[in-house]
Design a binder for this molecule. Structure first.
Ligand SMILES: [Zn+2]
Length: 470
């Protein structure tokens, strides 16, 4: 259902307020206002996927964009340069922090509103979806007095929530906790948070140098983006500080590789690194309507290969009035690596990547992202299709995992093909086209983008339409 507004009669102020409040109530993470040659297309991102939301006619679109820029404190006379702004508001008892950015496109200004909702991080480590084994490992990692702990994952995988939750545990009167962030995503009482301002020279690296003179116990670096920050972070962590940070990588193995690529000296990294928590988000199966079905031979092969388990039945999405196509909310998949002496030695001695992979993953204590995902499929938390969607065949599987790669690639082909069983049999024997199947998976996205249906929001509604009217 596309949301309809009476654009001729409804004040633009009310339309903008309603869109923002309604999107937040639907737990959307972003609202996109896309310029087209004729009108303005509005989409919202729910559980990681963009869905159509509204179509704003050409006569109104300029006013609508202007209204958003006004409440976000942006310069409305400038439309040729990108701008950033922010809106703070309280919706449904949730403190929402809205980040607004504009980008001049050939058809006009595209605006994206990011809705930051940090209510999750206040609920403690046990609510973040760690398996009991990973939960115990994370607890071990944050008890370290010094060293560096990395939380990794792509944008929008919930890294900030995990880091803030860990900070809350570490935030006691006995510790001086200082962060340097861009942006400061959530304010924590008792934590000294620094917002970088590169335009006046307050970069991650320069802020870190000052923080080290402030007698810190715990330092959180919002994200390691450059070599200088990476080097200072690692040096800080070997001089008696616990450093938490995030980095944009896929898994434990790639995180080590990336830090080495960022000119961090191997001997320092080997002694500084204490743990790596990698995560991705899958859509969560709606517990109200999920049903059970027989596992296909492909699925059985993947389970057998990844977990050495014989699985005959799986949960599958159905769809009901309370969810979106059988899914509701998201669940994190994790990979938690506690660094041991063998891994330290391997990092220092520049071990070959595939050998390091064996050292990390061929260990009873280790659950890979794929394994954690498949275990969550067995619990009925998410679907097999969702886990496959977030797995990177090239990055997450080693050169010796060809059997597993084949099983996954075969399944992906199957998912993206409308063909029948006979075709599936052919695909089983075709293990070459990793790239082709990746592309096909990518191409599937527009179908979901154009799906105009999404569920009605829950009952608890917001009546204060004027709250954004500032
Ligand atoms: Zn449902």
């Amino acid at each position: 259902m596309i949301r309809q507004y009476d654009y001729d009669n409804m004040p633009i102020v009310e339309i903008v307020n309603d869109m923002i409040i309604d999107a937040a109530r639907r737990k959307a993470s972003d609202i996109h206002f896309d310029q087209t040659p004729t009108d303005l297309m509005v989409r919202i991102r729910i559980d990681g996927e963009l869905v159509m939301y509204a179509q704003v006619p050409a006569a109104v679109k300029k006013n609508l964009i202007t209204r958003i820029k006004i409440i976000a404190g942006m310069n409305i006379t400038e439309s040729r340069l990108p701008q950033d702004g922010a809106i703070r508001s309280n919706v449904d008892g949730l403190n929402l922090d809205l980040r607004v950015s504009s980008l001049p496109t050939v058809y006009g200004e595209k605006v994206v509103i990011r809705i930051l909702d940090y209510s999750m991080s206040l609920q403690g480590l046990e609510t973040l979806g760690f398996s009991s084994k990973n939960y115990e490992k994370v607890q071990r990692i944050i008890k370290k007095p010094n060293g560096i702990v990395m939380v990794t994952g792509a944008t929008g995988t919930g890294k900030s929530t995990t880091v803030y939750t860990m900070l809350q545990i570490l935030n006691t009167t006995a510790r001086n906790v200082i962060t340097v962030e861009d942006p400061v995503e959530m304010k924590l009482a008792g934590v000294n948070q620094v917002q970088t301002m590169s335009e006046i020279g307050l970069t991650f690296a320069s802020a870190l140098r000052s923080i080290l003179r402030q007698d810190p116990d715990v330092i959180m670096i919002g994200e390691i983006r450059d070599n200088e920050t990476a080097r200072i972070a690692v040096r800080a962590s070997i001089t008696g500080h616990l450093v938490l940070s995030t980095i944009h990588t896929n898994n434990s193995l790639n995180t080590i590789e990336r830090l080495v690529d960022m000119d961090v000296e191997r001997y320092l990294l080997g002694s500084a690194l204490e743990g790596i928590i990698s995560q991705r988000l899958c859509k969560k199966l709606c517990p109200k309507c999920r049903s059970s079905r027989k596992a296909t031979p492909y699925e059985q092969a993947v389970f057998k290969s990844a977990l050495h388990m014989d699985v005959t039945d799986l949960y599958t999405p159905v769809g009901c009035s309370e969810c979106y196509n059988g899914y509701k909310g998201r669940v994190a998949l994790h990979e938690v690596l506690v660094i041991n002496q063998d891994i330290r030695d391997a990092v220092v001695n520049n071990m070959r990547k595939e050998d390091l992979r064996h050292l990390i993953y061929d260990n009873e204590d280790m659950t890979s992202i794929l394994q954690d995902g498949l275990l969550k499929v067995m619990e009925g938390l998410t679907s097999f299709e969702e886990v496959l969607r977030v797995i990177d065949v090239d990055d997450d599987l080693g050169e010796n995992d060809s059997e597993l790669k084949d099983a996954i690639i075969g399944k992906r082909r199957n998912l993206t093909s409308s063909d029948n069983e006979e075709v599936q049999d052919e695909i089983t024997n075709d293990s070459q086209n990793v790239e082709t199947s990746e592309v096909e998976t990518e191409e599937k996205k527009p179908e979901t983008l154009s799906d105009p249906t999404f569920p009605e929001p829950p009952e608890n509604q917001v009546s204060e339409m004027e709250m954004l009217d500032i």
